[in-house]
Ligand binder design. Structure first.
Ligand SMILES: [Ca+2]
Length: 368
């Protein structure tokens, strides 16, 4: 009996060893990850929010803070909608408003990996909150930069941490570049970004991918399981005056701050000729709270990094062949058509129940 147990133990040990060596020899390390995810402990899902607040980022962070299903391990700020000199204090303001100054907030990248920062002040105002003013935060960011915070928390908790990415993916790409083993330790990346149906800042590209296409490319090639919540669904979810009235009827600090930002954003929306504004980031966050809000489909997503007009475009392959652009006559490498089996790298949101989203969002924000 004893010896059988011992033999079983030894053979399991061999299996583990074999699985590990297979994992390290595959591109994506799926086997290693699968075993880690299976061992993810019960309780709230542990997340790090990477963000560029940002009007809709504020709503997403408030939704996360008011959701007991989530435990926010840290918030990392990045340049995007507005420069880091605004997104970092804005992230601090949001945790302070919500009474959650225990959440560490870290400063991330001030610029994309290789490009100049293009921001979105037409949507988010000069200050990121559509001009809504809040006092300077009294809390300070942690001294470690975002990349170190990401590496430390993920490294201490392999297979446990979900990254919720709400801005350009610069911080995440830098962390993956700094530590090649990191990808195998991230449980999942849920991101707002991309589109399979054209862009919003250019005809080709969604804003977050447009700002840092090289970072998006690194993330999509990392092998980390990705949920991509892009314009295909976020442009179908619009915050209107009706929703604002519900927030303004409540008087908690979170609902009042969200209403104040929304009230300002309606002013900018009218200038753009819109009657409301899209709930891009909170929709991505909501996918971790209610699996019925979004319909997801598997795709192999490729990011355009080379185009004169199309950098940051995201393309979803569903069938073989995975065909890129035709090669130039003088190109050394003419093998632009892959004959490898199509291997999906993302679940892409292709359908959305907008009512169900607001039935989640509004009650949570008005209770806080
Ligand atoms: Ca954002």
């Amino acid at each position: 009996m004893h010896s059988m147990n011992r033999r079983r133990f030894v053979s399991q040990g061999c299996l583990t060893l074999a699985a590990t060596s297979i994992a390290s020899s595959t591109t994506f390390g799926q086997i290693e990850r699968a075993s880690m995810i299976a061992s993810r402990s019960a309780g709230p899902r542990r997340i790090i929010i990477d963000t560029d607040p940002g009007v809709d980022d504020a709503f997403a962070i408030f939704l996360a803070i008011t959701s007991p299903e989530l435990k926010i391990e840290a918030i990392t700020a990045v340049a995007g909608n507005v420069p880091l000199s605004f997104t970092l204090p804005n992230a601090l303001r949001l945790v302070e408003i919500a009474g959650r100054t225990d959440i560490p907030v870290a400063a991330g990248a001030t610029a994309p990996l290789v490009r100049r920062l293009i921001s979105a002040t037409d949507v988010h105002g000069q200050n990121g909150f559509a001009g809504a003013e809040f006092p300077a935060p009294s809390v300070k960011p942690v001294s470690e930069p975002a990349v170190d915070v990401l590496r430390a928390i993920i490294g201490r908790n392999p297979g446990e941490i979900t990254l919720v990415c709400l801005g350009p993916l610069t911080n995440i790409a830098q962390a993956l570049q700094a530590d090649p083993a990191l990808a195998g330790k991230i449980a999942q990346i849920t991101m707002m970004g991309g589109s399979l149906s054209g862009g919003n800042i250019s005809p080709a590209a969604e804003f977050n991918f447009y700002v840092d296409p090289e970072a998006a490319d690194i993330v999509f090639r990392s092998g980390v399981p990705i949920t991509m919540v892009g314009l295909d669904v976020t442009e179908k979810v619009t915050f209107t005056e009706k929703h604002l009235a519900m927030l303004e009827a409540a008087n908690g600090p979170v609902s009042m701050a969200a209403a104040k930002i929304a009230r300002q954003e309606f002013g900018l929306a009218r200038k753009r000729g819109a009657s409301g504004f899209h709930m891009h980031d909170p929709l991505a966050m909501s996918s971790l709270l209610d699996s019925e809000i979004l319909r997801l489909e598997d795709y192999l997503v490729k990011i355009e990094t080379a185009g004169l007009y199309s950098a940051g475009a995201s393309y979803g392959y569903k069938h073989n062949p995975v065909r890129g652009s035709a090669p130039m006559k003088d190109a050394a490498d003419v093998s632009r058509v892959s004959d490898a089996a199509l291997r999906p790298n993302a679940k892409v949101a292709v359908g959305v129940n907008s009512d169900r989203f607001f039935e989640l969002l509004i009650p949570r924000l008005t209770k806080a």
